[in-house]
Design a protein around this ligand. Structure first.
Ligand code: ZN
Length: 486
């Protein structure tokens, strides 16, 4: 009897082992072959133009009436002088006050246009941190092989790299077959409602349905995932949604010598504690599944075996991956209390307390799901819940099987041949969310190289881009335009 059981066990383990190994061996690389680019550019001159662009204080403020439109106008005038061919050959329109829409008309108007995006605005420098910068954030410093300043990564380098690419193609006499549209919003950092959203309306009125759209969102990660010996170029195929909720409590005030069991602060603090404890559930979504499909085959045998057999190892992967901040953000709708206000004096009971909680919504969840979850988790009628200003649902997921995804992957590998291209879920937000109405093929990537210390530079201190890296960004757009539009 025991012998028979043992035999069955051995047979079962062998079959399982066989399945795991066969799936691993047939888990083939999805990287496209690409001949290295031969495009050369004058990277020093290009870096100097980027540095000039970083000097304009095109800052996004929460209150859009605080925008300094004169700075945007000055930037526009500089672009005219820095990219003369672009401004001669392309049509340029100003949309929504300060957004720019360039049209490079293709010879064959029956072809759907392509759209390259970037944004002109930058986040403010946090007051009190100006002196922490190695080079003043709006000085446009070039030093130690880098261009320094607010917007060097997010997102002025993409804007100028695209203009450099078009300028270069014009200088070499290229004429596009397919129309190329450049869309540069001016309020991306506060949701893009006056910029990208207006541009989308305009294109829609004109009956234009882009073949595909490329915006910021993914980067070339180096040394961020421990143990990987190659750079990973992350191409965002979806992005999370956005919602901020204000929680507020109103009670009778009074003297703090005779307090009730809970003050407004206590009630609200309990609600926030419940929200942080009861997180929305984790799950692998198509964009993240696709990431594992593309990354897995490039990994050493054991890791490859795990990735190739997610039907068995999914719980392990979710637990491991979810233990990192970025992994957690890619696996669930995140909950982040970001503001808290209450109280005016130490011996006065506060009559009100309010907090803001920011949610980044996983594809598959929705604003409705989050509201329902929050009400259930807090479960306290004294806490009022209100949606604040800008919000967006998660984007649809763009296909990784489209020829457009392959074109982008090929262009990346032409410029950085060692890079492994992987689909990605963008955990922040981009202006491209407004374009998902016009086309299913929206991809979010730029060739900014990002090492472990670089993530904090985005929206933080000492934002900078490598000069050689900036050259790669330009060449990527040259290749992409040549493949897609020429
Ligand atoms: Zn950005």
């Amino acid at each position: 009897m025991i012998r028979r059981l043992l035999l069955i066990l051995v047979a079962a383990v062998s079959v399982l082992g066989g399945v795991l190994v066969i799936r691993t061996l047939t888990f083939r690389s999805r990287q496209v072959e690409a001949a290295p680019t031969t495009v050369t550019i004058d990277v020093t001159a290009a870096a100097e133009r980027l540095a000039e662009v970083l000097k304009f204080r095109t800052i996004s403020y929460q209150d859009t009436s605080d925008f300094d439109l004169a700075e945007f106008a000055a930037l526009h005038r500089y672009l005219e002088t820095a990219f003369p061919r672009v401004h001669q050959a392309l049509g340029r329109e100003t949309v929504g006050g300060a957004s720019l829409l360039y049209t490079w008309r293709g010879a064959d108007t029956s072809l759907a246009p392509i759209v390259l995006m970037a944004h002109q605005d930058v986040v403010p420098v946090e007051p009190g941190t100006e002196a922490d910068w190695a080079h003043s954030p709006f000085s446009g410093a070039i030093s130690g092989g880098y261009v320094w300043g607010r917007g060097a990564i997010d997102d002025k380098s993409n804007l100028t790299a695209q203009l450099e690419a078009v300028e270069l193609l014009l200088a070499r006499g290229y004429e596009p077959r397919r129309t190329v549209i450049l869309a540069y919003g001016h309020d991306e950092e506060v949701g893009g409602l006056n910029g990208a959203a207006r541009i989308v309306e305009l294109l829609e009125q004109r009956g234009l349905r882009p073949a595909f759209v490329v915006d910021e969102g993914g980067a070339v990660a180096e040394g961020i995932i421990p143990g990987l010996g190659f750079p990973v170029a992350a191409v965002g195929v979806a992005e999370k949604g956005y919602l901020s909720l204000e929680l507020s409590v109103r009670v009778e005030g009074g003297h703090s010598s005779m307090p009730p069991p809970q003050t407004a602060i206590g009630i609200l603090a309990r609600a926030l504690e419940r929200l942080e404890r009861k997180q929305m559930p984790r799950g692998l979504r198509p964009a993240t599944e696709a990431m594992f499909d593309y990354l897995g085959p490039e990994l050493p045998f054991f890791a490859r075996l795990v990735m190739a057999n997610r039907w068995l190892f999914e719980p392990v992967i979710v637990r491991q991956f979810g233990s990192t901040a970025i992994g957690n953000a890619m696996l669930r709708t995140t909950t982040a209390p970001t503001m808290f206000q209450a109280g005016v004096k130490e011996n006065v009971l506060p009559s009100s307390a309010s907090a803001v909680v920011n949610f980044r919504i996983l594809p598959g969840d929705s604003i409705g799901h989050v509201l329902e979850h929050v009400r259930r988790a807090i479960d306290d009628p004294r806490v009022e819940i209100r949606m604040l200003g800008f919000r967006s649902e998660p984007s649809p997921t763009s296909s990784v099987d489209s020829e457009h995804f392959r074109l982008i992957a090929r262009s990346i590998r032409q410029v950085i041949p060692q890079a492994v291209v992987v689909p990605w879920l963008v955990v922040g937000g981009t202006d491209s969310r407004h374009f998902t109405r016009l086309t299913p093929d929206v991809y979010r990537v730029s060739l900014v190289r990002a090492g472990p210390g670089d993530m904090n530079r985005i929206h933080g201190t000492d934002e900078r881009v490598g000069i050689e890296n900036y050259g790669e960004m330009v060449r990527f757009y040259v290749q992409l335009l040549q493949h897609a539009a020429m």
